[in-house]
Each structure stands twice: as C-alpha cells, then as structure tokens.
Design a protein around this ligand. Structure first.
Ligand code: ADP
Ligand code: ZN
Length: 518
C-alpha cells in the first residue's frame, strides 16, 4: 500500500513538473505500483504516455532512477526536455567525453540527480553505483529489445537480467509499445521479474481507418490519395533509401511538398526534414522506418506503406504515428508479393530467421485477409474484439460469408486432440486423414478426429485456418515451433455453439516470382 502522504503528492507533482491536470488511463495505477516497489511490465501503444509511468515516481523516490534506453540518439533530447521542466536528469553513454562522464559521477555521488538515462552497453561502467543506496528504481524502455522473439532484438539488452540479481529490492519497470504474448513472457523471464504486475493497455486505435490495396501503379494511387486531402500531412514508409528519394521526387513533380528521410542523410538534413514536417512546411515525408521514433506530431493524418512491412509489430507502430489527436486518420498498405520475397531474402541467415519468417507470414496473411483487419491486429497482440470494427476496408466492403461453425469445430477439435503441439501443416494433414510418415510415426492416424475434414482440400483448409486465426479462434505460438494453440474464443466454438462466419476461399493466384534485375 502506498502511504497517503505519497499518494497526495501524485497530482501536484504531475501538474508542477509535467503540466498535466490528470492521469491518463492506467498511468496512476502504474505509478502507484512502481512507488510500492513492485516490478512492472507496461505494454502501451506509442503515444500512450509511458514516460510518466517512470518519470513521476523518479521524482518521488529518494535515490536515482536509472532509465535504460537503446536510443542514444534521442537521449539528449529527452533529457533536455526534462531539464526544461526543472527535473534533475542527465544521460550517460559512449558518445560522451571522459570529463562529461566524470561530471555525471560527481552528480550521482552528491545525490544531485533524479534520473539517469543510460544505454545498456554503458551499464558496466556504472558498476560502482549499482547498489541500493543509490538506485531507487530501474526503468527499461523499449523492453522488447531483450527478446529474440520480438522484432527488434538487441544483444546489448540480453545482459540486463543481472540487474534484478544485483539489486533484488529495487523495483524494475519494463516498458514497450510492441510485444506479443510470447515476447511478454520472455521479457519477464529474462529480466528475472516473475512477479511483475502486467499493465496492458488497449491497442485499439479506432480512429485509424485501415485499408490494404494491391500494389499496382502505386504512385498514381498515392497521388490520387493525397489529392483527396490536399492539406493534410502524412508519411510514406518505404523499404529502401533509394525508394524514399524516388517517390519524393515523383510527388514533387506533381507539385506536392514532399521530402525524403533516411539514415543515409546527414544530421542537418534529417533535422531540417523533421522540423519542416512538424511545422507543416513539408506535407509528405517519404521515409525508411528510421523516421518517426521520437517525433511528436499529433496531426499526421495518414500513413502509407509503399512496401510491405516486415511484421505486424512494425506495421502497427508505424500506422500509430497518424491520428494521435484522436481525429479520423487513414492507414493504407500496399500488398505486394515481390516485396514479400525481397523481405524474405533479407532474413536469410539471421540468427532468429525462423521467427522473422513466421512474422512475415503473419503480415502477409493480414494483407490477404477477408475478415475485419482490426480484429486481426488486435488478436495478434492478444486483445480479442467481440465485434467487427466497421472502420476497415473489409468491414466497409464485406465479402460473402457462410456459416462455417462445423469447419471451425473440426479444426479446433483436431488442435485440441493434438494437444496444441503441431503447426498448421500437420493439423491439416490430420484433418484430411493423411497417412504420411509424420502422421504414422506419431500415431495421429489413431486419433478420433483423424480424417474428419477429408471433404475439404488442403489449400482451402489452409485459408480457413488462417481465417480462424485472424478472427482470434486460435493462434500461432511462434515460440513453440509455430504450433497452433487455442484461445479463450475457442471454447465458445467448441462448447457454447458460437456461430463462426467464414468466407469462401479465394482462388489461389500466386503471382509468378519475377526476379528484379537491378
Ligand atoms: P509513449 O512513450 O508511450 O510513446 P509519451 O510518454 O511520449 O508516450 O507520451 C505521449 C504524449 O502524451 C506526449 O505528448 C505527452 O506529453 C502526452 N501525455 C502523457 N501523459 C499525459 C497526461 N496524463 N495528460 C496529458 N498528456 C499526456
Ligand atoms: Zn474491421
């Protein structure tokens, strides 16, 4: 329990140092949980207000709050922002001179600091201060970086498990905007915080209309799209640096104020592009995913993915940059098989290639889906929507549905009989009564449900099961060899006669693989 004396300080501190009159959503509970020295895992979308969750407690603790962040480039800005609010904050990383680092140590020893931002690779230099007299709290930002199941794995994060061992009584608050269930479990395990309280905010951004279109003649589609809302600003994400420049040039030829942004530009150019965008001098930024982190512009009206994103986490984070003011916004994704092939090639030989490929497969399925896209996105993050959203292209233009309850029951009961241990291919083999080596070796031909779905072709089963996944009736466990697992919704189908609507499988027209010559 939090002392009343401390509780009474929360709102005044929020007002004095941050200028806000009230907490948003779960912020207050999180702050209280940190101050009572619980470990916490906070999952909140970008722009949700994660910073307050550790910055406010930092001001009320006696000692120092360490903020571990991978984004060295943003540390100075973040700290300058805090200092401007009168908060005793600083940062420590490898970009600093020795004398600057010494100054930081002096400030720590004389207890002049409330918050210190550090990169994980710099933690070893701070060993002398890593004891409970100095450190009151540890915040780990972008916590998904610790997990190779996440989409942005960073080896330097892997050592962070030692923090709990070294400082067992210091509360840890891990924060991230993007973590599926497996990643969440992995964060908790790797940070050694099994008792962490989990705060999972809703990821639903109802105001963003979702749309996927085939990638034919993208530039003219984009120009038409922009012409419909000629004053509104937006971001176009592309895979390559060259792509950003080419697209920006084509838009400029049409008289649209566009600029390219990628990591190959120098610092001054990037800063100028960012500022011109923030102050509405540039309407459209064509960017690689380097753009957007740390940009606080609430009236971005749309985000276009010129190329397919690598995974749903990245896609969701990027579309989250539009409509932060809560007003209507649009996210348009171009679906292209050649992009999928390209991305697949990038993944060759990656340390977690298998996970990356499975995630790519999910975003491909999302693009091809014939069910509410928001349901798919949210169920990916473990949030189940009961109703279709009404604000995506599928909801607005629904395909023909039929009652697929029996099909769903068959698939889910096979998954149950297989004890949730097999991936989609084997599940379909069992449904279809296959007699191949795997099936016979494992004795699956003896299961009662072996062959219950003989009448449906392999391809159709594949599409039906993807529809079931997309609707949240089952899920892929990436961390367990992609085995199909049941969800809370499965029970409704198996035991409560819930009606499941499916769409007729689309005829499979895989486009020929055209190798690019350039
Ligand atoms: P995140 O780190 O989750 O992406 P931030 O902490 O940067 O989000 O907050 C996003 C925006 O919301 C910021 O502009 C911040 O000023 C604003 N914000 C956060 N908490 C509150 C609050 N309690 N009241 C009003 N605005 C808030
Ligand atoms: Zn929908």
């Amino acid at each position: 329990m939090l002392l009343k004396e401390t509780k009474d300080k929360l709102l005044p501190t929020l007002k004095t140092y941050f200028g806000y009159d009230s907490f948003r959503d779960q912020q207050e509970q999180i702050v209280e949980s940190v101050l009572t020295k619980n470990d916490n895992l906070v999952i909140m979308p970008t722009g949700g207000g994660k910073s307050i969750c550790f910055q406010l407690p930092a001001l009320l603790f006696n000692g120092l709050t360490l903020v571990i962040s991978p984004l060295i480039a943003l540390m100075k800005d973040q700290v300058d922002g805090l200092k401007a609010n009168g908060i005793l904050a600083d940062f420590y990383n490898s970009s600093q001179e020795k004398f600057e680092q010494d100054e930081i140590f002096d400030k720590i020893y004389s207890k002049e600091l409330k918050m210190l931002y550090v990169a994980p690779e710099s933690l070893s230099f701070l060993q002398n201060i890593l004891n409970e007299t100095y450190i009151s709290c540890i915040a780990i930002d972008e916590a998904h970086c610790i997990s190779s199941w996440g989409h942005d794995f960073r080896p330097s994060y892997q050592q962070l498990g030692f923090l709990k061992n070294t400082l067992p009584n210091t509360p840890i608050i891990a924060l991230t905007a993007t973590a599926d269930k497996a990643t969440r479990a992995d964060i908790i395990e790797q940070l050694n915080i099994p008792k962490a309280t989990q705060f999972i905010a809703s990821f639903d951004r109802k105001n963003i209309e979702l749309e996927v279109r085939p990638a034919n003649d993208r530039i003219s589609q984009i120009i038409k799209f922009i012409e419909k809302q000629p004053k509104e600003s937006g971001i176009i994400y592309c895979l390559s640096r060259k792509g950003t420049e080419q697209i920006a040039n084509k838009l400029k030829q049409q008289g649209i104020k566009a600029a390219a942004y990628h990591a190959g530009l120098n610092f001054a150019e990037r800063t100028k592009t960012q500022e011109d965008f923030i102050y509405d001098k540039t309407q459209v930024v064509c960017a690689t995913i380097a753009f957007g982190m740390g940009i606080d512009k609430s009236n971005v009206r749309w985000v276009i993915h010129y190329n397919m994103p690598k995974n749903i986490e990245g896609y969701y984070q990027e579309i989250g940059r539009c409509g932060r003011d809560g007003l209507k916004a649009n996210a348009l994704l171009f679906h292209s098989y050649s992009d999928v092939i390209q991305l697949r090639k990038f993944m060759n030989g990656a340390s977690n290639e298998e996970v990356q490929v499975a995630k790519l497969e999910r975003i491909k399925q999302f693009s091809e889906a014939t069910t509410c896209r928001r349901k798919i996105l949210l169920s990916y993050f473990g949030e189940l929507l009961a109703e279709n959203c009404g604000n995506c292209d599928v909801c607005k233009n629904p395909p023909q549905l039929f009652n697929g309850t029996i099909i769903a029951q068959k698939a889910l009961s096979v998954i149950t009989r297989l004890k949730e241990s097999e991936a989609i291919g084997t599940v379909i083999d069992v449904l279809r009564g296959a007699q191949n080596a795997t099936i016979l070796d494992k004795g699956y031909d003896k299961l009662k449900s072996h062959g219950v779905g003989k009448e449906i072709s392999w391809r159709d089963w594949q599409q039906y099961i993807i529809q079931l996944i997309n609707q949240g009736y089952c899920e892929i466990a990436f961390h367990k060899n992609n085995a199909l697992h049941l969800t809370d919704f499965s029970k409704k189908v198996l035991f409560e006669n819930e009606v499941v609507n499916l769409t007729k499988p689309i005829e499979y027209k895989e486009q020929p693989v055209v190798e690019k010559t350039t």
